[in-house]
Design a protein around this ligand. Structure first.
Ligand code: ADP
Ligand code: ASP
Ligand code: MG
Length: 413
């Protein structure tokens, strides 16, 4: 019998009515003869609300206690869904991450999965139960409760799908699939039927939050096929899987806007070997991931150093930077909260020069200033003012022929 993993995001379980609808869908999959593992997020905006309560107390809540708090959100959703499935005469049992054997490292707030021991989950399936799992959480090697980073229920679903050899991992959400841009910002965006892992990974890392980037990375490594689709209807969504030949013609697969980063600038940093290593080692030691880095030309032995980092890490970052700037003797640092990162992603960029120039030209046409640039073989990203973000996304989306009503000639090789 085939095993299906279904993951339902916060908006798909936001109310008791929505949970009832999810229970109906789960029971249908069970009646079709599948073994079903369901992964749930916290209801609606629960995680944000819990975070807001903690931050009313302090800017830097104790990481262990914060994880205890946040994992409670998923526990409410999983048990309500368990109740709803049982009430339909279908046997189901809910499990926390710890009970389901999701073992992580000890990094509270952004723990990495180090091992999955799916014995209990497999036994429950064997006994004919639907398994309901709390997403976003695990048990650390030090027996503490951890969380997997924002959007981490996607990772729970993918990792469990890999561990139990599921045929597919279905990601149910509040949009019909992955679009060429966030359909809430670009109403003319098109749904994409198929994407390669590489393209989806770049889109997710660029801020298309429909999938957590780490979950896509995990899916690629373990060959888990993903089907991103709406929990509101039965239409097919977007498949994320290994590239096949037919996709090579697509030049640009999408654009994304990330407003969850800040830009940090260290002014007048001594320009000598070892300084950058010291700065970034101190930041990495706090578990903060840096994204773009730009160093200016040096004058009189000093230079400015800028980088971007997750907005949620800004309070932690401030502490590290106060310490490190005193140690290396720089003048000062600033944290600019008013930025956005605009990215264009497409496998065809590898073989098509001029994509970057066209993107910059589109932004120039709107008088939008570019503050930082970074590239990968299949992505170009620009840091711009956050106020310009949505207009910039729509402009670039249109320039590359991604809009629904336009002919898609210019988006193809
Ligand atoms: P869930 O709660 O189901 O995990 P998320 O809010 O994490 O849902 O992700 C779904 C949202 O991602 C959509 O509502 C949409 O606004 C946003 N999004 C951003 N970029 C894209 C994209 N390229 N395609 C589809 N949705 C996108
Ligand atoms: N509830 C968590 C979050 O909001 C995990 C998830 O939804 O995937 O980030
Ligand atoms: Mg999500």
């Amino acid at each position: 019998m085939s095993i299906v993993v279904q993951k339902y995001g916060g908006s798909s379980v936001a109310t008791v009515e929505r949970i009832q609808a999810v229970a109906d869908r789960v029971v249908r999959a069970r009646e079709q003869g599948h073994d079903v593992v369901v992964v749930v997020s916290a209801m609606g905006d629960t995680t944000d609300e819990l975070l807001a309560m903690a931050s009313q107390i302090t800017d830097l809540p104790d990481p262990r206690e914060l994880d205890m708090l946040l994992t409670a959100g998923e526990r409410i959703a999983m048990s309500l869904l368990g109740i709803a499935i049982n009430a339909r005469g279908c046997r189901a049992a809910s499990y926390t991450g710890s009970q389901a054997g999701i073992i992580t490292d000890t990094q509270h707030g952004a723990a990495k999965i180090v091992e999955i021991r799916p014995k209990r989950v497999l036994e429950a399936l064997e006994a004919g139960s639907v398994v309901v799992l709390a997403g976003f959480q695990g048990l650390s090697s030090a027996y503490e409760i951890t969380t997997l980073g924002r959007g981490g229920s996607d990772l729970t679903a993918v990792a469990m799908a890999a561990a139990i050899g599921a045929d597919v991992c279905e990601i149910y959400t509040d949009v019909p699939g992955v679009f060429t841009a966030d359909p809430r910002i670009v109403p003319t965006a098109r749904k994409v039927d198929r994407l390669s892992y590489d393209e989806m990974l770049e889109l997710a890392a660029a801020g298309a939050r429909v999938l957590q980037a780490r979950s896509v990375e995990f899916a690629r490594r373990h060959g888990v096929r993903l089907h991103v689709r709406s929990s509101f209807d039965d239409q097919p969504g977007t498949w994320v899987e290994e590239v096949d030949g037919s996709m090579e013609g697509v030049m640009i697969s999408g654009a994304a806007l990330d407003t969850d980063e800040v830009k940090v600038t260290l002014e007048r940093v001594p320009d000598r070997p070892g300084v950058a290593a010291r700065v970034f080692k101190a930041i990495a030691a706090e578990g903060i991931n840096i994204d773009m880095i730009v160093q200016n030309v040096s004058h009189e032995g000093v230079t400015d150093l800028s980088f971007t980092a997750p907005r949620e890490d800004a309070p932690k970052l401030r502490g590290v930077l106060e310490r490190i700037t005193a140690e290396i003797g720089t003048d000062r640092f600033s944290i600019d909260e008013g930025i956005a990162k605009l990215s264009l992603v497409g496998a065809g960029m590898r073989s098509h020069p001029g994509v970057a120039a066209d993107m910059f030209d589109a932004l120039a046409g709107e008088a939008i200033n570019i503050e930082m640039i970074s590239t990968s073989p299949i992505r170009i990203s620009c840091v711009i003012r956050q106020d310009d973000g949505e207009r910039a996304l729509r402009t670039v989306h249109a320039r590359f022929g991604l809009d629904e009503e336009q002919s898609s000639d210019s988006s193809r090789a």
